[in-house]
Design a binder for this molecule. Structure first.
Ligand SMILES: Cc1cc2nc3c(=O)[nH]c(=O)nc-3n(C[C@H](O)[C@H](O)[C@H](O)COP(=O)(O)O)c2cc1C
Length: 483
């Protein structure tokens, strides 16, 4: 069987998500993100192209390290202003029947009970079409927005996240039986009370009594997305994630990263194919080479190095250094280039070259520009040789990038048997990723244990897999830098 490509539209409820500077393009609609019809139009085009889902990134603070303040982010509309990702989903669901939705929410700053309810509500309203991108929030400003003096240390965020997930699984998987709601008019019983239970979670970070306020939704637990780059993140992903963002500079990198995750997934008692792997991809397609070149040129002209620098969380004001200086010289002089920059730059590059690189279209392994056959050739390599399962499609122009993909790439992929020709009626988002008949978490997944009422109130540490020793063995994964 030839692998089919999964495609999410990579979105964020803001103007400039990743491709900074592009909002000024006359054909860009990003400034309409406050309007409901921006989202309904997005959803309708995506469903017309039988995309898997619209995937919404999110941050809960602003990027204010660059030049010691938020001014650049504000000027560039770089993820600020930005609105809540969950709230546009019902509008998109109302104008579609099949399209899925992924929404990002952080486990670090708000306790889990209300979030469990919001996601169950969305799962009901969409009939099982939602997924959750689990993030722990890397922005220092996010910490300050929620009463912390500074960033919660990285690995500690994953410890909190682990307990957060415990609470959610108890609410989603364990608190209500499938047949709890009887709607018996004669006996005047809506819900059979013997089939609903408290969870009485008492942990290090949370105390949650339950019961969950929502009756079981089609998926119960929404499809779980995650992106990790660190050992702690990898262990977390191996236990919880069902769809994982992966990266790598070369094919070998990508294959190695996937193999590493699979190994850890199996160590957590799950099947090797229990996780699907997605990458962030940039695709610029045209009907002719001339059209492609014109698009490339017009995008390259607009892309903003300052937006990208602010996004990188680097404090250093790179444009203020003489452009002929070498990056190696700056490093030797102790100029604090953030890790996000050090990973991209080479010592022998000049400051000018590094800035030009920041003002680029992320032309990495998962970038391709060309006519539809060129794009499809490359996607087939990604699927068959790199071993990925799908992409989050980065947008240059809304709606042009998605329209181009739907009108030009989708037919070519379909012709090659690499992309669905229609949706399967009534399938949940989890079934779209893993096949029909499995709308809920598989039995081997960590969260499924709470379906056993006997385990619901067991002390959490009795249920955990041995974490720390395995974390030591995990290596850094090459995911892309956080969008
Ligand atoms: C494709 C992709 C999407 C991401 N989306 C978000 C997001 O919307 N919000 C966020 O706070 N972090 C996001 N991240 C960052 C990850 O949650 C994570 O912090 C990053 O990959 C580093 O991994 P680590 O936490 O293991 O160090 C994303 C990362 C990737 C690769």
């Amino acid at each position: 069987m030839r692998k089919l490509l999964h495609v999410n539209l990579f979105e964020m409820n803001c103007v400039s998500h990743i491709m900074h500077g592009m909002w000024v393009h006359p054909d860009n609609n990003r400034h309409r993100f406050n309007d409901l019809d921006f989202w309904t139009e997005t959803a309708q085009i995506a469903e017309h192209g039988t995309l898997d889902a619209v995937f919404l990134a999110d941050v809960i603070g602003t990027y204010d390290r660059f030049r010691d303040g938020p001014e650049t982010a504000l000027r560039e509309a770089m993820q600020i202003p930005s609105n809540d990702p969950l709230l546009v989903i019902p509008a998109m669901a109302a104008v579609t029947c099949h399209l899925g939705f992924g929404a990002t929410f952080s486990t670090t700053y708000e306790p889990p009970f209300a979030f469990a309810r919001r996601m169950s509500t969305l799962d009901h309203l969409t009939k099982g079409r939602v997924g959750w991108n689990i993030v722990t929030s890397y922005l220092p400003n996010a910490a300050r927005n929620f009463g912390h003096p500074d960033e919660v240390p990285h690995d500690h965020r994953y410890e909190i996240a682990d307990e957060y997930l415990d609470v959610l699984y108890k609410l989603w998987e364990g608190s209500w039986d499938d047949d709890a709601v009887v709607q018996d008019r004669e006996r005047r019983i809506y819900t059979d009370p013997s089939k609903v239970r408290y969870i009485d979670h008492v942990g290090e970070h949370y105390q949650v009594a339950g019961p969950h306020l929502c009756q079981p939704s089609p998926q119960r637990t929404p499809l779980l997305f995650q992106a990790s780059g660190s050992p702690a993140g990898l262990e977390f992903a191996a236990r919880h994630a069902e769809v994982l963002f992966i990266g790598g500079h070369t094919q070998d990198d990508v294959r190695r990263n996937i193999a590493r995750v699979r190994e850890r997934v199996v160590a957590h008692g799950r099947k090797p194919d229990a996780v699907r792997f997605l990458v962030m991809a940039g695709i610029i397609v045209g009907r002719t080479d001339v059209e492609v070149a014109t698009k490339l040129e017009s995008y390259r002209r607009l892309v903003s190095a300052e937006g990208a620098l602010a996004h990188s969380l680097a404090a250093v004001d790179l444009p203020s250094f003489p452009h002929h200086l070498l990056i190696g010289t700056l490093i030797d002089q102790g100029v604090p280039l953030a890790d996000t920059l050090l990973r991209r730059f080479r010592r022998e590059q000049t400051v000018g070259e590094a800035l030009a690189q920041m003002a680029s279209l992320h032309e990495d392994r998962f970038f391709v520009a060309g006519t539809p056959d060129v794009i499809a050739d490359r996607i087939e390599i990604w699927l068959d040789q790199d071993g990925i399962d799908g992409i989050n499609l980065r947008q240059y122009l809304s709606f042009e990038t998605m329209r181009d993909f739907v009108e030009l790439v989708v037919p070519e992929l379909r012709r090659r048997g690499r992309y669905r020709t229609s949706y399967t009626d009534g399938e949940t988002l989890r079934e779209r990723m893993f096949g029909t008949g499995q709308p809920r978490l598989p039995a081997e997944h960590f969260g499924a244990r709470y379906r056993d009422p006997g385990l619901l109130q067991a002390p959490a540490d009795r249920l955990r897999f041995a974490g720390p020793a395995t974390a030591d063995r995990a290596k850094q994964l090459g995911t892309s830098s956080p969008p």
